[in-house]
Write a protein that binds this ligand. Structure first.
Ligand SMILES: NC(=O)c1ccc[n+]([C@@H]2O[C@H](COP(=O)([O-])OP(=O)(O)OC[C@H]3O[C@@H](n4cnc5c(N)ncnc54)[C@H](OP(=O)(O)O)[C@@H]3O)[C@@H](O)[C@H]2O)c1
Length: 257
């Protein structure tokens, strides 16, 4: 029987893969047979990730490329480098993100812009410059990392800029999916709840915050490393050939209550 999840020979790009869940996605895609270009601002971290995962999968190419997703010129150059190295892009994972927890009355415009420019405009710019290559080949799988906070809000944690950005990602996913469906390109999103990473380590993984989270989350715990991989693999592979514009919340049931 055909393995619907096989990624042998596929070429992937992950924006936001120098730390956190992006590193796990890099390892998962490489493990399923894909070559992966990894993008972020901290080049030294990308090199370390490429070396570590490359050592586990020596037959795969893991290419670190420094790129700030807020800067269109850097994205154009990064995509050029990926095309030079791989010749094609089958999978784009827009995973770069930052968060802020400042209530709207105290939120500075610069802080708002930082979150919106990274989390939403970054998805727009990356998609813009990759999708033209996918369109030429009539094949592409775009996966955007949204968040449960793109659908739900929190009274105790005021992530207003992040809510706006991730809500925007969810609906941008639908819009781009609708336009490019006839071009063989699927566009979907994942909506994680709480996973340990640099972003969450010192804020949401405190004893008090975890107690609150676990009390509300139907599964009573945060996500474990690797528990987002299944959703990403589904959207990255031909298993999702008739699925587009969807956001899959991987949240222990948080958004169903
Ligand atoms: N962890 C969770 O519980 C959770 C829940 C819901 C959604 N998410 C989303 O998951 C994604 C990954 O976050 P994480 O939790 O793994 O946190 P993380 O460890 O802080 O990772 C964030 C990644 O985004 C990159 N990044 C940030 N700003 C960037 C920029 N301007 N240009 C390029 N790359 C940039 C960072 O690299 P550099 O700093 O090197 O640039 C890093 O690789 C984010 O979109 C986040 O919103 C996470």
């Amino acid at each position: 029987m055909t393995n619907l999840f096989d990624l042998t020979g596929k070429k992937a790009v992950i924006a936001g893969a120098s730390s956190g869940i992006g590193v796990q996605f890099t390892e998962m895609l490489a493990g399923q047979g894909a070559d992966v270009a990894i993008l972020a601002r901290r080049y030294d971290k990308l090199v370390a990730v490429a070396e570590e995962i490359g050592a586990k999968y020596p037959e795969r190419r893991i290419i670190p490329i420094q790129c700030d997703v807020r800067q269109e010129d850097e994205i154009i150059e990064a995509v050029r480098k990926v095309m030079e190295a791989f010749g094609q892009i089958d999978i784009l994972l827009n995973n770069a993100g930052v968060v802020d927890a400042v209530p709207i009355e105290a939120l500075e415009e610069e802080a708002w812009d930082r979150v919106l420019d990274t989390d939403l405009k970054g998805v727009f710019l990356m998609s813009k410059h990759v999708i033209r290559h996918m369109k030429e080949r009539k094949y592409g799988k775009i996966i955007n990392t949204a968040s449960m906070l793109g659908l739900t809000a929190s009274a105790s944690v005021p992530t207003h800029s992040y809510n706006a950005a991730k809500g925007g990602v969810i609906h941008l996913t639908r819009g781009v999916a609708a336009t490019y469906a006839k071009h063989g390109i699927t566009v979907n999103a994942i909506g994680p709840s709480l996973f340990r990473s640099e972003m969450t380590e010192n804020t949401l993984f405190t004893e008090q915050a975890l107690k609150m989270y676990n009390a509300v989350c139907p599964m009573g715990r945060p996500g474990n490393p690797g528990e987002l991989n299944g959703a990403v693999l589904y959207f990255a592979s031909d298993a999702s050939s008739y699925t587009t514009g969807q956001t899959l919340f991987v949240d222990g049931g948080w958004t169903i209550i």
